[in-house]
Ligand binder design. Structure first.
Ligand SMILES: NC(=O)c1ccc[n+]([C@@H]2O[C@H](COP(=O)([O-])OP(=O)(O)OC[C@H]3O[C@@H](n4cnc5c(N)ncnc54)[C@H](OP(=O)(O)O)[C@@H]3O)[C@@H](O)[C@H]2O)c1
Length: 274
């Protein structure tokens, strides 16, 4: 009955949660949509299920004590049924939410509310930007120059391994019930600096070239399709020039060691940019 279910187990954060829990000798069960493609450590139990089809979750939730929950969509459709299903089996949930202080009402807020009212013990992790977001530049980095808007937009990107380490700490120690942890990396770096650091990690000089916002809008519209999404991304980057993403000391406070730097992340991921 001490099994921990990890959702998003094949993703940037969940993969680390699974491996760190397994390394600690705990009973880990991974929820995946396609077990054939999951490539998870051997001693991890892999169970098929889909968060957008709550009726598929019963096998994964059987005899589970705790759940690491992420929500893979941009709306909370089906979330009420999923939270109810989790509450029908588990005692507590660690939810990977997000730090979105400028957005008053998002699916993150809605899911946090569902969990608060579910009867589950809960802890919310609210990270800012993931370091893995920079993988989107990999193609341009291989070409030696990144054309992107707002080179001076500054973020405190967090290594996904640290989000996972906090999740594992919360799942395996007492005293986190009802806590909301805002998580970040240890330093602010502009987007242009992030590209320079990745260049150092891969051993090549990579240049930043600022793309005017209107040109970037056309490129992103072609790539992403959704005008609302493109405009909100551009607005967010513009605001990070004048109001950089804050640094919190939560990772260090909880784990007793400094948060991993973006340089450490870039070295861990050098192969992804080579
Ligand atoms: N990127 C950021 O800066 C940022 C900041 C704050 C919060 N977040 C939040 O972090 C979460 C993403 O975490 P991540 O980057 O670790 O994930 P990710 O690498 O994007 O991977 C998504 C994971 O979700 C799983 N998944 C997708 N659709 C699913 C479904 N219908 N049912 C079950 N599982 C499904 C995928 O598993 P399979 O494909 O193997 O089934 C995969 O493991 C999102 O909720 C995002 O909003 C992101």
């Amino acid at each position: 009955m001490s099994t921990i279910l990890v959702t998003g187990a094949t993703g940037n954060v969940g993969r680390h949660v699974v491996s760190q829990l397994a390394e600690a000798g705990l009973d880990v069960r991974a929820l995946v949509r396609d077990p054939e493609r999951a490539r998870l450590p051997e001693r991890v139990e892999v169970v098929r299920g889909d968060l957008t089809a709550p009726e598929t979750l019963e096998p994964a939730l059987k005899d589970v004590e705790s759940v690491f929950l992420l929500w893979p969509a941009f709306t909370a459709d089906h979330a009420a049924d999923v939270v109810a299903a989790v509450a029908g089996h588990a005692r507590r949930v660690v939810y990977l939410s997000a730090d979105v202080p400028d957005e008053p009402e998002t699916h993150y807020h809605e899911i946090e509310r569902l969990i608060r009212h579910s009867g589950l013990g809960w802890t919310f992790l609210r990270p800012g930007g993931f370091a893995a977001n920079t993988l989107g530049w990999a193609g341009q980095i291989r070409q030696g120059v990144v054309h992107w808007p707002y080179g001076q937009a500054s973020r405190s990107l967090i290594h996904e391994k640290d989000i996972a380490a906090v999740a594992v700490h919360v799942l395996t120690s007492a005293g986190h019930n009802g806590a909301t942890y805002v998580l970040s990396g240890p330093e602010q770096l502009t987007q242009a600096e992030q590209v320079r650091v990745i260049g150092e990690a891969v051993g090549r000089e990579v240049r930043w070239e600022d793309l005017p916002a209107d040109v970037a809008r056309e490129h992103l519209l072609a790539a992403w399709g959704d005008a609302g999404f493109v405009d909100s991304a551009l607005k967010a980057w513009a605001s990070l020039v004048t109001a950089p993403e804050p640094v919190t000391d939560t990772v260090e406070r909880l784990l007793g060691r400094p948060a991993l730097t973006f340089g450490e992340w870039a070295r861990d991921h050098a192969a992804d940019f080579s």
